[in-house]
Ligand binder design. Structure first.
Ligand SMILES: *Cc1c(COP(=O)(O)O)cnc(C)c1O
Length: 726
């Protein structure tokens, strides 16, 4: 509920009667709560933990500007009421006047008048911080008491209330969600597909917030945002330059459009963590070579295809899943491609902290003769409903064509709460409240990193988890550059001033690998991930010996401490060699016969042993070193699938077959084979890598690897689809 903070005057020389009177008035209102605080620290503490506070009342004569100055650090929009006697001097600076500060004379007003004034300021406050579309939608929802004869058929929820199961569903979400799920025929709210009215205002508001020339709200995820951008640029027969570390949705885009991809190849380390695309890959010379090679291969395969040409479009995943950001200024200036698209699904917050300057698509100014696109999954790391995504653009582009592609992928019945949550996610990042949010999560992340390191140092003789980060991270959050030949990142040679690690993406390392080599003792990360999951802690991603945690703005100290204590508890139980049944009850229940009496150390030894036998880290490294041969474009391969010119193939026999599906193993979550590609002798490590992953699942029930594009049959073997007649 809306809360007013009140700090009584220090001296009770009659002034507190004015406060008493206000207190009485507030208690008569059932839409307001009052919290009494005693000092400045109290105020700050309350402001940090109660975001419903919408006004502060205090005595100016004893505290002066001290209070507003403090408050503005957390919330520079908050209405503050300073009570004072008329004759008190008010020594104010120009910047003080920018705060939402109101003076009220002790003598001249009644308690009720004072509260009326405060009430108006509270209204103005919400008016100011609420973004335009959301404001209209809420207002419209509150006022709507109409008889609709249009979609959605639930009619503000009333259809649900005619059925027992419907009513249960309705009660779970509450009325407002249904009332604000409106038909596109409501003229007052404009249109998402035509970018009109309040919807347009929302997109302009978002563009301004994210430093873009123009932004689009996408209500079906960055999966769709990526396709929209691609399809607004790439036309038939053109060559595109695609990050091999691309999201599935880009592979899908390549299957939908008759275009010819060539790839930018990132590095990877033995942890399976994808590094960056080296600087050289962006140079004209290297790209020309790639085109030449692609044309030579096409000729060898006797294809009557149009040749590969200079690319008109390039896509780079920035940041990577694991939190590596590029020096985007270098890419924008070096890469001689007209349209550069940064898939920024993982960093929608980059615009709101100075540590990311120069490391994301919309950072800085427009680049001459180039158009920069950035797609972001707002829902992944800001606060928005799932599927909420944004496209940001800087530079010139054809708005009509863009909108054609946009409409091609957008439902004619968009869900308005999605739109409102996109806009609210942007509004949350405004001003000091936004800064406070992002610095808090950075602080918690830094603290977590230091704690793990501390525990690691205390366990020099035994083992403990480690963090993937430079040896000295300092005390303040910043993006750490990957420097050439530094041991920690284990990429070996890297370009200067090119890749940076984001402090809020934390990769925790488990024992098993040292300087790129497998050591005798190891605890594969999948075991710990399973242990954490039993405690209700869901990790973001698990590699062979690494686990990724995202410290988004939703994180708080309690959650971070819970994670730390879980690590400590795991170590204690592991060292005591408890049973699998005790430590991993979920796993145990999957196959009680197999895991009966098995101890946790034996399980770790077993899986570590398989990784060792197959030298898994080495394979991860090599699997991505040589690309498979492209025989068909993803588009052509998909056409063959439609025609039915495909057959089932055991992964073991995959060599020299043309794949139809994208094969994408977790870890590291990057496609190893794209549709139309063939594993040959040169790239056979890909196959060995996939088969190793399959083997773990065969020996240890519950640890089957997820390989998108392949499936396991009752015989225990993995299969995928390949071209029947090429
Ligand atoms: C998750 C992700 C996407 C897709 O985003 P959704 O919002 O889930 O559709 C695209 N690109 C990258 C790099 C991603 O990680």
């Amino acid at each position: 509920m809306k809360t007013i903070l009140m700090m009584y005057p220090k001296d009770s020389d009659g002034r507190d009667e004015v406060f008493d009177e206000m207190k009485k008035e507030i208690s008569k209102r059932d839409d307001l709560r009052l919290e009494i605080v005693n000092n400045a620290e109290d105020i700050m503490h309350r402001l940090k933990i109660n975001v419903h506070i919408c006004a502060l009342v205090y005595d100016w004569d004893s505290m002066g500007m001290k209070i507003p100055h403090l408050v503005s650090k957390i919330n520079d929009y908050l209405p503050i009421f300073a009570f004072s006697l008329t004759h008190t001097a008010k020594d104010l600076n120009l910047s003080d006047l920018l705060l939402n500060l109101h003076f009220i004379d002790y003598i001249s007003h009644e308690g009720k008048d004072n509260l009326d004034r405060i009430g108006k300021a509270i209204e103005a406050y919400y008016e100011k911080i609420m973004p335009p579309f959301t404001k209209k939608l809420i207002q419209f929802t509150k006022e709507a008491n109409r008889y609709a004869y249009c979609t959605p058929g639930h009619l503000g929820g009333s259809a649900f209330l005619k059925s027992p199961v419907g009513a249960y569903f309705y009660d779970f979400y509450g009325p407002n969600l249904f009332k604000s799920d409106l038909s596109v025929s409501m003229k007052e709210l404009g249109s998402l597909l035509d970018h009109e009215g309040p919807h347009r205002e929302a997109e302009l508001y978002i563009a301004k917030t994210f430093n873009a020339d123009r932004s689009y709200i996408v209500t079906n995820g960055t999966s769709t945002a990526n396709k929209i951008v691609g399809m607004s640029i790439a036309y038939q027969g053109e060559t595109l330059l695609i990050d091999r570390n691309c999201h599935k949705s880009l592979a899908n885009f390549l299957m939908m459009c008759d275009v010819k991809p060539i790839y930018l190849i990132p590095t990877r380390n033995t942890y399976g963590i994808i590094g960056g695309i080296p600087k050289s890959e962006f140079t004209t010379e290297v790209i020309k070579n790639k085109i030449k090679k692609a044309n030579a291969l096409a000729k060898k395969n006797n294809k009557n295809n149009t040749p590969f040409k200079w690319p008109i479009f390039a896509v780079i995943t920035n940041s990577t899943y694991d939190g590596l950001l590029y020096n985007t200024d270098y890419i924008k200036n070096t890469l001689d491609v007209k349209n550069i698209h940064f898939d920024a699904a993982w960093i929608p917050y980059a615009c709101f902290s100075s540590i990311y300057k120069g490391l994301f698509g919309m950072s800085g100014k427009a680049i001459k003769d180039k158009t920069i696109y950035e797609t972001q999954s707002t829902h992944k790391l800001l606060a928005a409903f799932s599927q909420v995504s944004m496209i940001h653009i800087k530079g010139t582009y054809d708005e009509d064509v863009m909108n054609e592609a946009y409409m091609m992928h957008t439902s004619t019945s968009p869900f308005y709460p999605f739109v409102a949550s996109a806009e609210t996610a942007a509004a949350m990042m405004h001003g000091n409240p936004g800064k406070y949010l992002i610095t808090s999560s950075q602080k918690i992340a830094m603290n977590f990193r230091h704690e793990i390191k501390k525990l690691n140092r205390q366990n020099v003789k035994g083992w403990f988890f480690d963090v993937w980060q430079p040896s000295d991270i300092g005390s303040h959050a910043k993006c750490w550059p990957l420097k050439n030949n530094e041991k920690w990142h284990s990429y070996g040679k890297v370009d200067d001033d090119h890749m940076f690690l984001d402090p809020i993406k934390i990769t925790v390392l488990t024992p098993g690998l040292k300087h790129g080599k497998l050591i005798d003792f190891g605890i594969p990360a999948c075991i710990i991930a399973m242990y954490l999951s039993n405690l209700g802690i869901i990790v973001e991603k698990t590699g062979p010996y690494s686990i990724l945690f995202l410290f988004s703005i939703g994180i708080d100290k309690a959650k971070s401490l819970k994670l730390l204590s879980a690590f400590i508890e795991f170590k204690r139980e592991f060292d005591a060699n408890l049973s699998v049944e005790k430590m991993l009850p979920n796993l145990y229940s999957e196959d009680p016969v197999f895991y009966k009496k098995m101890l946790i150390q034996d399980l770790a030894k077993g899986i570590h042993g398989i990784y060792k036998k197959h030298q898994l880290p080495d394979f991860i490294y090599k699997a991505y070193n040589v690309l498979p041969e492209q025989h068909l474009t993803p588009f052509q391969a998909y056409q063959e699938l439609l025609k039915g010119n495909v057959k089932k193939c055991n992964l073991k026999d995959l060599k020299n077959n043309i794949c139809v599906e994208m094969l994408l193993p977790y870890p590291p979550g990057i496609p190893v084979i794209l549709p139309g590609e063939k594993v040959t002798d040169e790239s056979e490590n890909i196959l060995k890598f996939l088969l190793t992953l399959c083997e773990v699942g065969k020996y240890f029930p519950g640890f089957a690897t997820d390989i998108h594009g392949a499936w396991q049959e009752d015989d225990g073997e993995y299969y995928t689809k390949v071209i029947k007649k090429s």
